[in-house]
Design a protein around this ligand. Structure first.
Ligand SMILES: [Zn+2]
Length: 841
């Protein structure tokens, strides 16, 4: 989509890299590195210069050796603005292969991008240092001069010079290690397959590793900081399962030579799919399944599966340019859920994915949404693509297509696509072409309506007719990115049983009475039934499939926020759930209670608490605080949701006092620990804050650390929240701090006070936190819906201080904020009376 000739950030195709030979020597204490690289490049058109990417590197020398063996020194000119370096050999380069050689130095930064450094405290209390990489999207150029575009694939032969006592890892297996006699050793790795620069990785530090296990010929290890060996076995189990699952699903062997799954103490993303050398933040890899909650364990399964899916979809076959990142990430998200669902079918992972789809649809109903596939020109544009629209909306759109076509036809199309484009690059149309071949349908015509325009439709079923219109929470104040019409892969079935039918819905058409729309619940669209039709569906509520029930509840809550149905009608429908054991369904209800708690007048709050108790107490009576032998697999997650509903919104005395007792005794089971901390925070005693902080500082388990960081944000006293904010500025790891600030901003009572503190330290915080996390941190403002004055102040400040990456996400969050404010102003006046009518019928 980007015009190559006019985009100053793009490299030409006249010079293409073929092979890199890279030697790097990091100095962990001095936070610097020295390196040299040889690149064999193919000259595709006569040229007098070679242009590649480099950023924050000092290049001391560059030479070029021609095919006849003569070597010339090159002039070096760096353009920092476009992150490019131009080498001028002073001769005309004719077609053929030449070798470029450069020596350079750089800084091991602390921004968690490129080649960076971080520290951690080992079990003996000693501070240790590591150096590691995060190249995606466009930061390989910070580690070595390179042709840093995904389509410029090449092989990489990497060597590292490291201290004798440090371990070193890269994409390929180690082929040799020799002592250099000066306290250093030279570790050489085998050449990689042809791949993109953003997948290059090297990791150096005092790491330990499990013994490799043999997964049908592929050695698999987990690598971790010292003292964490006991948290590694579960990752090996899911790693082996995923490798086998994907090898079978794709019908193609694993494309690399080995797999290392590496836990990094400071990591900006969840994980990164470097071929054969996958890096993770600790919470996404290291876990004790006995003491962790289901959701914490599920996260490890999800992320390991997601990254391993990328080995094929992303690493073997790669998008040609960053506008195609959705293809990588949406597909890996889709495969992650599919693999997790195969690993533990009893977890119902496709149902909980509904919650993630809701998060994406909430953004996608904003007029400031964007199309899933979106033009990318600069590196900042590329970095701004890693959002819920790329991952969760993209993944759910693929699931909708898969369920429409049938799982085997869809898989056949994927196999064709991967086989045809192995080791190469693609555009989205290549995937549609393969799926069209497999299905005999024009898939591009259908999917372009979902990929190339923003928003999603509302399907209306009323008076025997079915039709579509764009869904939004209100009118646009300016231009809208929400599309007009979609080709909707529509699944329907009779409510009283019978087979599911598939059709493409475009214009209005007739529909038989008693039909369930969005059968299975896979659609990325909303459904609104007329009152007669809704009564029929509601009468079948408990016999619907769990995801169908989830979708009906979620669609009704969206309709309430859009002003199409009343809040009271939504809670009446929720009351009809009875003792449904599906946690995802109750998460929507709990979220609705929490949203209402942000807009309700204080005088009416007791009515809301009483409604929360009315909805959740029947479930609590079954579930209690403790797991029961033989209980349903979904009970633990539901228990946590119910405890939050009762303890926080419901202010239930029994739950509150029991939560405090368990907190004081430090006897919280993993499944309910986070919920208990939330309840304790909502009670608001400052001594409990001090206890949480002490336990955070003593934590050695990544999940426990996470829980206490979030727990610290649950107190309502602004002074306590400001203490937590100060920790974010100073002590907390920069991989975590932005997310803690997000939780603080989302604190119903203290959010505005924390926002003021954030404004006062805005530049300092932006300089400290990783760039990719800044818009995620600010997303906390979307929940500050209690006051229009506050919302306007927030919007004024953030628009006057735009962040460099992800400003589109910030605009979406600001629009969400004002949607919420309008919801509050519309609902607040009659809310107390309506809720009292529900609880005292
Ligand atoms: Zn991914």
């Amino acid at each position: 989509m980007a015009d190559l000739t006019s985009n100053p950030y793009r490299l030409s195709d006249d010079v293409l890299p073929r092979a890199y030979r890279l030697i790097l020597e990091p100095d962990l204490d001095a936070a610097r590195f020295a390196g040299s690289v040889e690149i064999d490049v193919d000259i595709m058109a006569p040229s007098t210069e070679i242009v590649m990417n480099a950023l924050d590197l000092e290049i001391s020398a560059a030479y070029l050796t021609t095919a006849d063996g003569s070597t010339v020194s090159c002039g070096i000119s760096i353009d920092a603005a476009t992150e490019r370096v131009t080498l001028s050999p002073g001769i005309e380069l004719s077609l053929g292969t030449v070798t470029v050689e450069m020596t350079f130095t750089g800084v091991l930064n602390d921004l968690l991008v490129g080649f960076y450094r971080s520290t951690f405290t080992d079990p003996e209390g000693v501070t240790r240092t590591i150096a590691t990489t995060q190249m995606e999207a466009t930061d390989a150029r910070r580690a070595f001069p390179c042709f840093d575009e995904p389509s410029k694939k090449a092989t990489f032969e990497i060597s590292l010079v490291v201290d004798e006592d440090l371990a070193a890892y890269s994409n390929s297996p180690e082929v040799s290690a020799e002592s250099l006699g000066n306290g250093k050793r030279l570790v050489r790795f085998a050449p990689t397959m042809v791949m993109s620069t953003y997948l290059v990785a090297f990791v150096v530090g005092p790491f330990e590793a499990t013994d490799p296990i043999d997964v049908d010929g592929v050695p698999l290890r987990v690598v971790y900081p010292p003292g964490k060996a006991h948290l590694a076995p579960f990752a090996l189990e899911i790693g082996a399962f995923s490798l086998r699952y994907f090898t079978e699903y794709f019908g193609i062997p694993y494309p690399g030579d080995k797999v290392d799954l590496i836990a990094i103490p400071d990591f900006a993303f969840g994980a990164m799919e470097n071929l054969g050398c996958i890096t993770f933040r600790e919470t996404a890899l290291l876990v004790d399944p006995e003491s962790a909650s289901r959701l914490e364990v599920e996260r490890v399964v999800d992320v390991v599966a997601h990254e391993l899916a990328h080995m094929w979809f992303g690493d073997l076959v790669t998008m040609g340019w960053w506008e195609g990142i959705w293809l990588n990430e949406a597909f890996a998200t889709f495969m992650e859920i599919k693999c997790t669902d195969a690993f533990r079918p009893q977890w119902g992972r496709w149902i909980t994915f509904g919650i993630e789809r809701e998060a994406a649809m909430a953004v996608d109903a904003m007029h400031s949404t964007r199309a899933i596939e979106f033009e990318v020109i600069s590196p900042n544009d590329a970095r701004g693509m890693f959002d819920v629209l790329t991952y969760q909306k993209g993944g759910s759109v693929l699931r909708m297509l898969e369920q429409y076509l049938g799982e085997e036809i869809f898989r056949d199309g994927i196999r064709r696509y991967l086989t045809k484009h192995a080791y190469a690059n693609t555009v989205t149309a290549d995937l549609w072409a393969a799926l069209s071949e497999a299905s005999g349908q024009a898939i591009g015509d259908i999917m372009n309506t979902w990929i190339l325009q923003g928003g999603h439709p509302l399907v209306r079923v009323a008076d025997g007719q079915i039709s579509q219109s764009p869904f939004s929470f209100g009118p646009a104040s300016g231009a809208s990115s929400i599309g007009e019409s979609w080709k909707i892969p529509l699944l329907t079935r009779p409510l009283d049983g019978g087979a599911t039918s598939a059709a493409i819905l475009e214009g209005p058409t007739s529909i038989a009475p008693g039909t369930l729309v969005n059968a299975g619940g896979w659609g990325t669209y909303r459904t609104a039934y007329g009152s007669q039709e809704l009564a029929q569906v509601a009468a079948h509520l408990r016999s619907l499939e769990p995801l169908e029930r989830f979708t009906l509840i979620a669609d009704t809550w969206a309709a309430a926020q859009a002003g199409h149905v009343s809040v009271a009608d939504f809670f009446t429908l929720a009351a009809g759930l009875g003792v449904d054991i599906e946690p995802a369904v109750w998460m929507v209800v709990a979220g609705a209670l929490s949203t209402v708690s942000r807009i309700i007048d204080e005088a009416d709050r007791p009515a809301l608490s009483s409604l929360a108790r009315q909805l959740a107490t029947p479930l609590f009576d079954i579930l209690g605080f403790d797991a029961k032998a033989g209980e349903d697999e979904k009970a633990p997650t539901l228990r946590a949701t119910v405890l939050s509903m009762l303890g926080v919104t419901g202010r239930d005395e029994v739950v509150r006092s029991e939560a405090l007792a368990r907190f004081e005794a430090d006897t919280m089971a993993g499944d309910i620990a986070l919920a208990v901390l939330g309840v304790v925070g909502s009670v608001g005693r400052s001594q409990d804050y001090d206890t949480m902080l002490a336990r955070l500082n003593a934590a050695t388990n990544p999940q426990v650390e996470d829980r206490y960081q979030i727990g610290l944000c649950s107190f309502e006293d602004p002074a306590l929240n400001l203490r937590t904010f100060d920790l974010c500025r100073t002590e907390l790891r920069t991989q975590d701090a932005p997310y803690v600030v997000r939780s603080l901003l989302a604190n119903r009572v203290a959010g505005p006070v924390v926002f003021d503190a954030l404004c006062a330290h805005f530049d300092e915080v932006l300089a400290r936190f990783p760039e990719n996390a800044q818009s995620r941190m600010l997303s906390g403002v979307s929940t500050m819906i209690g006051s229009r004055d506050v919302a306007e102040k927030v919007a004024d400040f953030l628009r006057a201080h735009p962040i460099e990456t992800g400003m589109r996400s910030v605009e979406q969050d600001l629009e969400r904020l004002f949607v919420g404010v309008a919801f509050g102003e519309r609902e607040r006046p009659g809310l107390g009376a309506a809720l009292r009518a529900l609880t005292n019928p």
